[in-house]
Design a protein around this ligand. Sequence first.
Ligand SMILES: *[C@@H]1O[C@H](CO)[C@@H](O)[C@H](O)[C@H]1NC(C)=O
Ligand SMILES: *[C@@H]1O[C@H](CO)[C@@H](O)[C@H](O)[C@H]1NC(C)=O
Ligand SMILES: *[C@@H]1O[C@H](CO)[C@@H](O)[C@H](O)[C@H]1NC(C)=O
Ligand SMILES: *[C@@H]1O[C@H](CO)[C@@H](O)[C@H](O)[C@H]1NC(C)=O
Length: 582
Amino acid sequence: VWFTMSSWLILLCFTVFISCENVLPPPCDSEIYCTGSILDQVQKAKLYDDDKYFVDMKLKVAPDIILSAFKNLSSVSPTVPREKLQEFLNMYFEKPGTEFETWTPPDWHSNPAFLNKIKDTQLREWALNIHQLWKLLGKKIQDSVKDHAELYSQIYMPYPVVVPGGRFRELYYWDSYWVINGLLLSEMRDTAKGMIQNFLHLVDRYGCVPNGGRIYYERRSQPPFLTLMVESYYQVTKDKELLRAALPRLDQEYSFWMQNRSVLVSVNGNNHSLNRFDVQVGLPRPESYTDDLELAEGLTEGKASKQQLWMDLKAGAESGWDFSSRWYISSTGQNSGTLKDIRTSQIVPSDLNALLCRTEKVLASFHRIMGSNESAVQYEQAAQNRLRAMDAVLWDDQQGAWFDYNLQTGSKHLQFYPSNLAPLWAECYSDEKAHKAVEYLKGSGALKYPNGVPTSLVESGQQWDYPNAWPPLQHMLIEGLSKVPSEDAKQLAEDLAQKWIRTNWKAYTTYEAMFEKYDVNGDGKPGGGGEYEVQLGFGWTNGVALQLLDQYGASLTSGSRHSSPGLLLIFLLLLSLLFTLH
Ligand SMILES: *[C@@H]1O[C@H](CO)[C@@H](O)[C@H](O)[C@H]1NC(C)=O
Ligand SMILES: *[C@@H]1O[C@H](CO)[C@@H](O)[C@H](O)[C@H]1NC(C)=O
Ligand SMILES: *[C@@H]1O[C@H](CO)[C@@H](O)[C@H](O)[C@H]1NC(C)=O
Ligand SMILES: *[C@@H]1O[C@H](CO)[C@@H](O)[C@H](O)[C@H]1NC(C)=O
């Protein structure tokens, strides 16, 4: 029996008595990539190691023909046997990756000025190697994706992109902030501008920036860094034309977050508007389909359980921290438990609100530059309101930091995460809070690891937890500390920069690769855990390393001076050997 998506939903409505008005939209409208029997059967058959493989495949013929062929196939037996499925895929689908052309960024050149700021010769050579990687990560989407969008899950982008790397074959949203900052240091302004223009195009098309460049990501976003991308670009270029073109779209993206992702929090009789990650979309994530199905096993259908779990998994993906014990709310109301306890939408995150506060201030300054004073005043007001809300809801005076707020229990989660310091990075705090926050960090136990600051102090097996350290979090922490007006905080920032650069460099010398994440223990190795193997490439790692090498290049060392006495000794031994031979 063949059910189209709608008849399947109607059946679901009748069988479990949920109100049909409450049916959530699917991840996208494609009956091949986001819903339906083909997706369901192919993913369940586990023909490929990674569920992302199938949904990245290109269709060889129009979707209608494929749907009809599958209908024929399943009329023989509703569950199509594995070998028949494979035959069907061979016939109608192409392997992933064919929609990209290799593309060498024309604005790449071999000697960007920042390299000269790096004193340590080994680090300078390494920085040049990282700078070379942009050429490998640059990709251009073929015109056929524009002309035959129905054959691809890839979203067409008008400009070439720099991708993270590995399984992340396409553009990703928040990754691109660090990529763009790196590109700007590499003096690749056109490439950076093209990336920004792609994101503006996505806002026009979807009303928000999707998580990444695939249709199965279109109904969830990621931490909204687009305004800050434009800020980085504008600081370097003073390109008012781009600013003028971008501003209406930046306003639109901001409205999306305020209309679709805000929540009223009542504390001490006062109401505060803050933001959260919240994806009102049903069904499993197509790219992690069987993971989501298996996790939901044993739960009942409907909004209260299976749908709820899938929504909160998508909200976790939207947070960029997929996944982390940070989003768990167990039956005791604490952020402990397992992935099944994920309740992302019930948590008001400190970093998202810090980011939006910084965004409000940047949007105000953009409107001032463009002469729209009225809008500027509105954004300044919004930033003031948010500051008040963050003080009231997220700041904990006893601990001295900003914590995520649990909407279910009306209390804060006091565990350590680098995001507890995000308001320093955003410069969104009042009075003496910065000093207290630095003391909090020092007393948190998070600074004692040799290779960086861990994502949490809990080893959950998820990748956004201990012992993994992630480039964007290191960078936000270091930048935040470096902006605090105290020598102590600035020194701490520099120490953390040195630690992180050495970690990246050591792993590079061992594996000849830049990884998406690292382990805070050991002598320089990639992180692990989560849903997939560790990936190399890697966009944001490169961007963060280049930024730190630029900022602290005069004092950073590769640490190899410790080994040079050894080299000297060998040299002397060889020399004396030569003499004895004579
Ligand atoms: C499906 O079966 C019908 C009837 O046998 C046939 O006309 C049609 O061509 C088949 N579709 C495909 C795509 O094979
Ligand atoms: C935001 O929410 C409105 C109303 O709930 C909805 O119509 C709109 O599609 C949403 N916007 C996006 C981009 O999802
Ligand atoms: C806070 O919001 C609630 C629900 O919208 C409302 O009933 C209450 O009057 C508001 N309180 C204040 C102080 O505005
Ligand atoms: C906007 O404000 C600035 C000073 O804050 C002022 O110089 C400028 O004339 C104002 N522009 C408009 C259009 O009101």
